[in-house]
Design a protein around this ligand. Structure first.
Ligand code: MN3
Length: 197
């Protein structure tokens, strides 16, 4: 059994004009596909062959090429699902309550998430995670992922330059604003929150 490069949950041009078909063709079709192909090549003939991707990234040494490829394969699939063209505009009542308790208001959450994503100095990721004592915004570097640290991710934005450079060049804040204003799939985040609590 090989790790699947799962189909996108929308067409390559489904997120346009906020994320172009050209960006998606490289990001999904080359970058993500490459991580999945590398991962399958690396586990072939090893004890990890046939394992679930979550088990591989939990067991891989850190840092290692195996961890990087497993985590990037998982992170990107999670990122595609964090966005939707026909998205739910708002969180479930339960998640909205949790966001208000943890951040004060949706506007305050949006501002803090944007500041974290814009300020993430690494090639990395910005996440909303559900911890037992509330919600947090977390930045990770390179391939690192909350999953590795036992934390439950609700949604993520990729802030590696390849995620936005063709569409926004160095204007990461414009990409982050478009993600927050137009792309976040609150239904996905709400479902993840239900499973996390
Ligand atoms: Mn990426």
């Amino acid at each position: 059994m090989t790790i699947e490069h799962a189909p996108l949950p929308y067409p390559l041009d489904g997120l346009a004009p906020h994320i172009s078909e050209r960006t998606m063709s490289f990001h999904y079709g080359r970058h993500h596909a490459g991580y999945v192909a590398n991962l399958n090549r690396m586990v072939e003939g090893t004890a990890h062959e046939g394992s679930a991707i979550e088990d591989i990234l939990a067991a891989a040494e850190m840092p290692s090429a195996l961890f990087n490829n497993a985590a990037q394969a998982w992170n990107h699939a999670f990122y595609w699902n964090s966005m939707s063209p026909g998205r739910a505009e708002s969180p479930s009542p339960e998640l909205l309550t949790a966001l208000e308790q943890s951040f004060g208001s949706m506007d305050a959450f949006n501002a803090r998430f944007a500041a974290a994503a814009v300020g993430n100095f690494a090639s990395g990721w910005t996440w909303l995670v559900a911890d037992p004592d509330g919600l947090s915004i977390v930045n990770t570097d390179d391939a690192d992922t909350p999953l590795r640290h036992g934390r439950r991710a609700l949604l993520t934005i990729d802030v590696w330059e390849h995620a936005y450079y063709l569409d926004y060049q160095n204007a990461r804040p414009a990409y982050v604003d478009a993600f927050i204003e137009h792309l976040i799939n609150w239904e996905f985040a709400s479902t993840n929150y239900t499973h996390a609590t």
